[in-house]
Design a protein around this ligand. Structure first.
Ligand SMILES: CCCCCCCCCCCC(=O)SCCNC(=O)CCNC(=O)[C@H](O)C(C)(C)COP(=O)(O)OP(=O)(O)OC[C@H]1O[C@@H](n2cnc3c(N)ncnc32)[C@H](O)[C@@H]1OP(=O)(O)O
Length: 230
């Protein structure tokens, strides 16, 4: 194969991967819409039965070619941190808000709006959902600082309830690195009042030793994700 033929082939692979990722995000959007409507609906009972039947029919072909537990999604890129089905940030995940995270200098910043599907106390977020968002934020901050690890402790203080259907702002920052152990602090506030902390968390993350990474992730280690968690 000539260089230009090889180049065209690589481009075609990239295009196919890009199209697959777009399709996965599109399906994720549709599923999240479905979940939100299914949670909020007061449609007639017969409409619920018809919808359930149509949804089962739509799901069947997706299940025909499914991956197993140790097989990463073909559209993911573990090395680049592309995890399309991450339950917090994944564009393809039916129940990810999804939380969007980026780095601003030393600070990790996240944004999302929680729909009715995340309700705990009426009109507010479930406490476990807040902890899940913060675990992801703190884990991301640890990784972004060059110290990826797994959560060994997550202390969560709930100061005020987190409102649903309200843009949220989350932050996280590494406060201590001690060998394999990284301590990260973070919080949830509304985007409108970022100074008023609703939930605050401190997490401890531990970097894996090589043999631990092999033991836990050995089945996918060949795909280059030995030391990352999440
Ligand atoms: C851009 C990137 C995007 C990347 C974005 C990624 C985001 C991911 C966010 C989600 C992350 C997750 O949910 S991870 C999933 C939830 N977590 C887990 O399932 C972890 C389960 N735990 C384990 O498997 C294990 O604890 C290990 C393998 C992590 C560590 O085992 P170990 O190596 O035997 O640990 P051990 O020697 O006891 O402890 C190591 C050190 O940590 C300390 N340590 C241990 N436990 C604790 C604790 N609860 N609180 C404080 N400190 C502790 C010990 O004192 C010790 O310190 P010293 O004596 O050395 O000083």
């Amino acid at each position: 194969m000539t260089d230009s033929e090889n180049g065209r082939r690589l481009h075609a692979v990239d295009d196919a991967l890009l199209r697959r990722r777009e399709a996965i995000s599109d399906l994720g959007d549709a599923l999240r819409l479905l979940i939100e409507h299914a949670t909020a609906t007061e449609a007639p009972t017969e409409e619920l039965r018809r919808a359930a039947e149509r949804i089962r029919q739509a799901a069947a072909p997706l299940g025909e070619r499914a991956r197993g537990r140790h097989e990463p999604p073909s559209a993911d890129d573990m090395r680049a941190g592309v995890r399309l089905y991450n339950p917090v940030t994944g564009a393809g995940s039916a129940f990810a808000p999804p939380l969007e995270i980026h780095q601003e200098g030393e600070i990790t910043v996240g944004a999302c709006t929680l729909g009715l599907a995340f309700e705990g106390p009426p009109s507010y977020a479930h406490g476990g959902v807040s902890a899940m968002l913060l675990d992801q934020m703190l884990g991301y901050a640890a990784g972004a600082s060059g110290n990826p690890g797994m959560t060994v402790r997550l202390d969560t203080g709930y100061r005020r309830p987190v409102p649903l259907l309200t843009p949220l702002r989350l932050t996280a920052e590494v406060v201590d690195v001690d060998g394999r152990r990284v301590t990260v602090a973070g919080s949830i506030a509304t985007a409108a009042e970022p100074g008023e902390i609703l939930v605050a968390a401190t997490g401890v993350f531990v970097g894996l030793r090589a043999e631990q990474a092999r033991r836990l992730f050995g089945a996918i280690a060949g795909r280059g994700e030995e030391s990352r968690a999440g």
